[in-house]
Design a protein around this ligand. Structure first.
Ligand SMILES: *[C@@H]1O[C@H](CO)[C@@H](O)[C@H](O)[C@H]1NC(C)=O
Ligand SMILES: *[C@@H]1O[C@H](CO)[C@@H](O)[C@H](O)[C@H]1NC(C)=O
Ligand SMILES: *[C@@H]1O[C@H](CO)[C@@H](O)[C@H](O)[C@H]1NC(C)=O
Ligand SMILES: *[C@@H]1O[C@H](CO)[C@@H](O)[C@H](O)[C@H]1NC(C)=O
Ligand SMILES: *[C@@H]1O[C@H](CO)[C@@H](O)[C@H](O)[C@H]1NC(C)=O
Ligand SMILES: *[C@@H]1O[C@H](CO)[C@@H](O)[C@H](O)[C@H]1NC(C)=O
Ligand SMILES: *[C@@H]1O[C@H](CO)[C@@H](O)[C@H](O)[C@H]1NC(C)=O
Length: 919
């Protein structure tokens, strides 16, 4: 390995470390404050235990009975894996281990129920108070979704007695990305040597700790863990231990009291470099940062961060050992793009936020998962803003989370943020909760609440809440209670009363304002059909009138008349300033006209975020038939004079639906002509595409400028893309394309090119070491218009040596996104369904995303018929998790067919008129 490369990669580490430490900074402040309070108040308030209510009675209820409370586990794990193989070794994927769990009995019983996904041996139960062994009558491993291990005893465990349970077990490290699993990478990427290097690593959340060792695998069953890992000499289990024969034993400090899903173990051959407080482990042969250790607070003594080649989620907030997908941690200056950097900073901030929201204070049961994920998502914007104040990252929550989840939450198939505990029982019930409602809506309603209560009150309440429930569990009502205690007198409504309308009801309201009268009303907003529900929300609304400052209002009834919403002297009214509220706004036609004229004359009178939100609201109101589609399209006309990212991005995302519906029809020509006209100014604005604009959002809009210009056939742009790519092909060692534009330029050049360009990019893909660079190439390879290349690329997605399993779904979806790949991707998924579902099942492929991806263009009766045929070709079990996605695809296709029928002619005429009109 070349030393030059090594040094540049080491420099890249410094950037990331700095990032982490600064984020740690703000959160540390919070904790310091808490610690002080604990000191001045020597008897901390008792941990409220009223919230931990276990279902009564024994299973078949899928919850543990709650009669036994674990306190500590001693776990020994011994993976037999060789990280590096030589000629003679046979790889062993077995791991063995044993565990002793010490627990207290709170209700006498003759049966121990805990979770396990594997058989156990040497089961020994002891009474810790008198050191006697209690004979085991029988052990039963439940072969169903409960994953219960039942241990029947010959004697009764007494209330308030302390006991221990020893079990030994054996498991297998599979490439299934769940529990204790195996990941691999190629050590020498530059040579033709295909030797793989192996890593043992883990992912427990939500319910796979039980796949590793028998445990009380519920988030409220917190305990302390003492972990010992026995691993082959020369490998690292994240700490150094003494050598025992050819095995090394690494013993870890006992953890604080925490939930089982936060456990993590890794054994790898990653090397590390380090300093006193920060330690960065790198996989030298791979050439860049692999592991960072960073001390952030008093309650987390160390925090390791490790990037893994195979990882199902983006990252996992395991207590003290955060695991990441490589693209979420590894950054290289000059190679990674700004969005890679933003993503890394955001993910790190998200996982660090979890150390408080989730790890220190955990939801009592998974039904309140949004408390964990909504908070981490919301707080991550604060964290990134703290270290990169110039990015204005807090504004981007509107694009990244709010507009995105608005879509999902306006479908009849949506669900409330909070579910009933009893409705969430099986592992798949739990897994289903990890969706955009939980993350993005959770963040959106917390942002609205913080704005309503005011940030300081919100933060003060959070501190009290964190302190009260530390090392314990809470339900969402506890949070409302603590915020209620600190709120000031300006807030008259009960926090709980306001918030329950947002957490217990699915969807969100559309606020309709008649500015002639000041009449304002709310209704449940659904995109495709009218709502059957009579929901009412407590809606905090910031509203402004032309030339005046915003005021705050609350609408808590279905209808009201308020002067704040009444237009004066023909001036406009604008509601939901900065999109602080989780709702859409519709106006009377006159007010829409006034707002649009304002945009034509002086855009700066309308706040930036609202320029984007007006577009997003208008397009969605049109989909829901509350306004005309032409009014929605008219909101994009003024963009000729706006070079800001938020409005452009809002427009492009909404116009994307028009592209999907019409790029196979005669509407597309006039639409492209309109887009060429609109993007002209923006393209000129950026002119020099070899330099990177200083401003963060300008950098993103530069990407938009080039991708809209090139994909709508602006010749200059296409020539530029070709030239840059050709230069790269000629001089392979120096890539002339600036990192932000790589994905777009690669894609355009491959689309315009043939086999030569494709093969070049494929070679680069195989040899790239940085995962984010690989991702850009993997996407761009899907852009070719050559069917045979697309078909071959589809075949590659089922060969893990070519495309990693974790990347197959997105690759197939990229191909389907290409209009030339649409039909073949759908055929491919149908033709290979049996293979895909057997080899790639078990959560690796998100079948939901796959079905959604390959059917997103569907808008004809014929396509609907094909979907129905596919559904009837397989039974429920064969379809597995795709079954619900298929239902939704059918629903969506029906809605698309209807929409195209109703709007095609109007849209065609509008684009024709607007693109021919001389300007
Ligand atoms: C917690 O539980 C104990 C024992 O059941 C009880 O005495 C105590 O009052 C409970 N505390 C609260 C705050 O409910
Ligand atoms: C691997 O095996 C081949 C053939 O069996 C042998 O020639 C070679 O020396 C071996 N390499 C190592 C590193 O053991
Ligand atoms: C647990 O496993 C370790 C490693 O295999 C072994 O050394 C130890 O003796 C086991 N403990 C018991 C009580 O069997
Ligand atoms: C556990 O052991 C039983 C009996 O030997 C066997 O039938 C079952 O398949 C085993 N289960 C697992 C998960 O290994
Ligand atoms: C809807 O709610 C309003 C006010 O809460 C109530 O007056 C009305 O009867 C409800 N209608 C239905 C159909 O439930
Ligand atoms: C607004 O209110 C006026 C006065 O009642 C009414 O004439 C008009 O139709 C209303 N506009 C809308 C869009 O409902
Ligand atoms: C929608 O367009 C039609 C025909 O152009 C027009 O008659 C109608 O008033 C428009 N409706 C709204 C709400 O703007």
């Amino acid at each position: 390995m070349a030393l030059g490369v090594y040094i540049s990669k080491v420099l890249a580490i410094a950037t990331v470390v700095m990032t982490v430490s600064s984020i740690g900074g703000i959160i540390t402040m919070m904790i310091v404050y808490e610690t002080e309070r604990i000191k001045t108040n020597p008897t901390p308030p008792p941990t409220p235990n009223a919230t931990i209510v276990y279902p009564t009675g024994p299973p078949p209820n899928l919850r543990l009975p709650g009669n036994l409370i674990p306190e500590r586990y001693d776990i020994v794990l011994q993976p037999r894996l060789y990280t590096v193989m030589n000629n003679a070794t046979n790889q062993s994927l077995i791991f063995t281990g044993n565990s002793t769990v010490y627990f207290r009995c709170v209700e006498k019983t003759k049966t121990i129920f805990l979770h396990s996904k594997q058989n156990v041996t040497d089961v020994t139960v002891k009474d810790c108070d008198n050191k006697k062994t209690i004979n085991v009558e029988n052990t039963i491993l439940y072969n169903n979704e409960s994953n219960f291990l039942e241990i029947r005893l010959e004697a009764v465990l007494q209330e308030d007695g302390n006991y221990s349970l020893f079990t030994a077990f054996e498991g297998e490290l599979l490439d299934d990305l769940a529990g204790f699993y195996m990941s691999s990478y190629k050590k020498e990427t530059s040579t033709k040597d295909d030797t793989k290097t192996f890593i043992a690593t883990s992912q427990m959340q939500p319910t796979d700790a039980r796949k590793v060792f028998p445990c009380f695998d519920e988030p409220a069953m917190k305990a302390k863990f003492e972990v010992t890992i026995i691993h082959r000499f020369g490998t690292h289990a994240l700490a150094n231990g003494k050598i025992v024969e050819s095995w090394e034993v690494t013993r870890f400090q006992t953890t604080k009291k925490m939930s089982t899903y936060l456990l993590a173990f890794t054994v790898s051959d990653f090397d590390f470099i380090g300093s006193k407080h920060e330690r960065v482990d790198i996989k030298v042969s791979y050439g860049y940062v692999q592991l960072m250790q960073y001390k952030i607070t008093s309650f987390i003594s160390t925090l390791d961060q490790i990037a893994l080649p195979d990882f199902s989620a983006g990252a996992m907030e395991n207590w003290g050992l955060v695991t990441y997908r490589e693209t979420a941690l590894l950054y290289e200056e000059g190679v990674s793009s700004t969005s890679n950097k933003e993503w890394i900073a955001t993910v790190i901030a998200h996982e660090l936020a979890h150390q408080w929201f989730g790890n220190l204070v955990t939801m009592t049961w998974w039904n309140d998962l949004w408390l964990n994920e909504g908070f981490a998502t919301y707080i991550s914007y604060m964290g990134v803003d703290h270290i990169e104040p110039k990015w204005n990252i807090k504004d981007l929550i509107v694009l990244n989370d709010i507009q995105t989840v608005f879509q999902v939450d306006s479908l009849a198939s949506s669900h409330p943020l909070s579910s009933r505990a009893d409705d969430v029982q099986t592992p798949s019930d739990i897994t289903e909760l990890f969706d955009s409602i939980t993350y993005s809506k959770g963040a959106a309603v917390l942002r609205m609440l913080a704005d309503y209560l005011k940030d300081k009150v919100f933060m003060d309440g959070l501190k009290e809440y964190l302190q009260a429930f530390q090392y314990s569990n809470a339900v969402h009502k506890d949070l409302w209670e603590y915020l209620q205690k600190v709120k000031d007198d300006t807030v008259v409504l009960l926090v709980a009363e306001v918030m329950e309308t947002w957490t217990m009801q699915m969807g969100y309201p559309v606020i309709t304002i008649n500015t002639t009268t000041g009449d304002i009303s709310q209704e449940h907003f659904l995109l495709i059909q009218p709502s059957d529900y009579n929901f009412t929300w407590h809606v905090p609304i910031n509203v402004m009138k032309e030339g005046s400052a915003p005021t705050s209002q609350v609408l808590a009834v279905p209808k009201e008349r308020k002067s704040a919403f009444k237009a004066e002297d023909g001036k406009w009214v604008l509601a939901n300033i900065d999109c602080m509220g989780y709702f859409r706004v519709n106006y009377d036609p006159e007010n829409w006209d006034r707002l649009l004229s304002q945009l034509e004359t002086n855009i700066h009178e309308i706040p930036l975020i609202n320029r984007g939100q007006l577009i997003d609201d208008a397009f969605n109101l049109a989909r829901a038939k509350r306004i005309n589609v032409t009014l929605a399209l008219r909101t994009t006309k003024y963009l000729r004079n706006d070079t800001e990212y938020i409005p452009w991005e809002s427009a492009l995302r909404n116009l994307d639906y028009f592209i999907l519906m019409f790029d196979r029809s005669e509407v597309y020509g006039p639409m492209q002509a309109y887009m060429r006209k609109q993007v002209g100014g923006l393209y000129q604005h950026f002119e020099n595409f070899t330099t990177v604009p200083e401003d963060h959002s300008e950098q993103y809009n530069q990407i938009n400028a080039i991708s809209v210009a090139c994909s709508n056939d602006i010749e200059d742009c296409q020539k530029l893309a070709k030239k840059l790519f050709d230069n790269w092909m000629t001089n392979e060692t120096s890539n002339p394309i600036q990192p932000n534009l790589k994905a777009t330029i690669y894609c355009q050049a491959i689309a315009a090119g043939g086999e030569k360009e494709w093969e070049f990019a494929w070679g680069k893909f195989q040899n790239a070491t940085l995962a984010s660079e690989k991702d850009k190439l993997r996407f761009a390879l899907s852009c070719t218009r050559k069917i045979w290349l697309l078909n071959r690329y589809l075949e590659y997605t089922l060969n893990p040596d070519k495309i990693r399993k974790m990347d197959s779904v997105s690759t197939i979806n990229y191909i389907a996104r290409n209009v030339a790949g649409q039909a073949i991707a759908w055929n491919f998924v149908r033709a290979n369904w049996n293979y895909i579902s057997s080899e790639y099942g078990g959560g690796i492929m998100s079948f939901g995303r796959l079905i959604e991806g390959v059917t997103q263009r569907f808008s004809t009766d014929f396509e609907l018929q094909e979907l129905r045929q596919f559904q009837s070709d397989y039974n429920e079990e064969e379809l597995g998790s795709a079954s619900r996605a298929l239902e939704q695809a059918i629903e969506r296709t029906q809605a698309n067919i209807k929409w195209v029928k109703e709007n095609k002619q109007t849209v065609l005429e509008w684009f024709r008129r607007e693109s021919s009109e001389s300007s």
